[in-house]
Design a protein around this ligand. Structure first.
Ligand code: DC
Length: 226
């Protein structure tokens, strides 16, 4: 490992605001690792569903969390994980996971556990991490904070395009309803609700393409470096 200081770039925002594309793109250009924090909450949701754990039974969820073995690794510049030796992969995007993940993410003990796992990812080096509470909770001291937003209709259109092939949703309207439900849960939960972090640069990407947003992020990060 080098002695260079680890830089953490936090990109928060509501569902389908373009965080993944921007975080991946910025990480690649900066030669940093990419971390999708939502995939950790999705992974636990997937594990509960697969093991037949009722998600509304928080004690059962926490019992699973206490015994599950998480292993972090680096794969093509992305920090990934396995739970008890399994990598959930594409299943993380399935409708059952999508519909229940906000519930899992609202459990305070789950959040405390996953926040620690997310901080551990910095052991691989500088990173760009996307999520909902990266600038507020996971890395509150980083000077590199961004909050990405876009109109709900535009976000639903983007997400539908992304999921069209999977057949999970019939049209963008259905996606919009699902996104709005999730945004509502994520913004109103008691622990670490989605908020604009203090000092975050807010970017409205409704009429911007991903390349322009990535450029903006890179410019900001590189100009802030000593
Ligand atoms: O970004 P995503 O759609 O993969 O996130 C899945 C869910 O996890 C979403 O409902 C919000 C939650 N989440 C969170 O609460 N905190 C994070 N840092 C990332 C995701």
């Amino acid at each position: 490992m080098s002695n260079k200081p680890v830089i953490c770039v936090a990109i928060d925002g509501p569902a389908a605001s373009g965080k993944s594309t921007v975080a991946r793109g910025a990480a690649k250009k900066l030669n940093f690792n990419y971390v999708d924090s939502g995939s950790f909450y999705r992974g636990l949701t997937w594990k509960c569903l697969r093991d037949g754990i009722e998600i509304s039974n928080h004690e059962a969820v926490l019992a699973l969390l206490a015994t599950a073995q998480w292993d972090l690794s680096l794969c093509d510049g992305q920090v990934v994980y396995s739970i008890d030796g399994d990598q959930p992969g594409e299943q993380l995007k399935s409708k059952p996971v999508q519909e229940r993940v906000s519930e899992i993410a609202a459990i305070p003990e789950v959040r405390a556990f996953i926040v620690e796992k997310l901080r551990e990812t910095a052991m691989f080096g500088s990173l760009v991490m996307e999520g909902r509470d990266i600038g507020t909770v996971v890395f509150p001291d980083t000077p590199h904070k961004f909050y990405l937003d876009a109109d709900p209709e535009e976000r639903a259109r983007r997400r539908f395009k992304e999921l069209e092939k999977s057949g999970a949703y019939d049209d963008a309207q259905q996606v919009l309803t699902s996104l709005q439900k999730r945004d509502q849960k994520d913004s109103t939960r008691k622990t670490a609700p989605l908020q604009i972090a203090l000092g975050a640069k807010v970017i409205d990407s409704t009429s911007m393409d991903a390349a322009a947003v990535i450029e903006l992020v890179i410019k900001q990060v590189t100009s802030a470096q000593p």
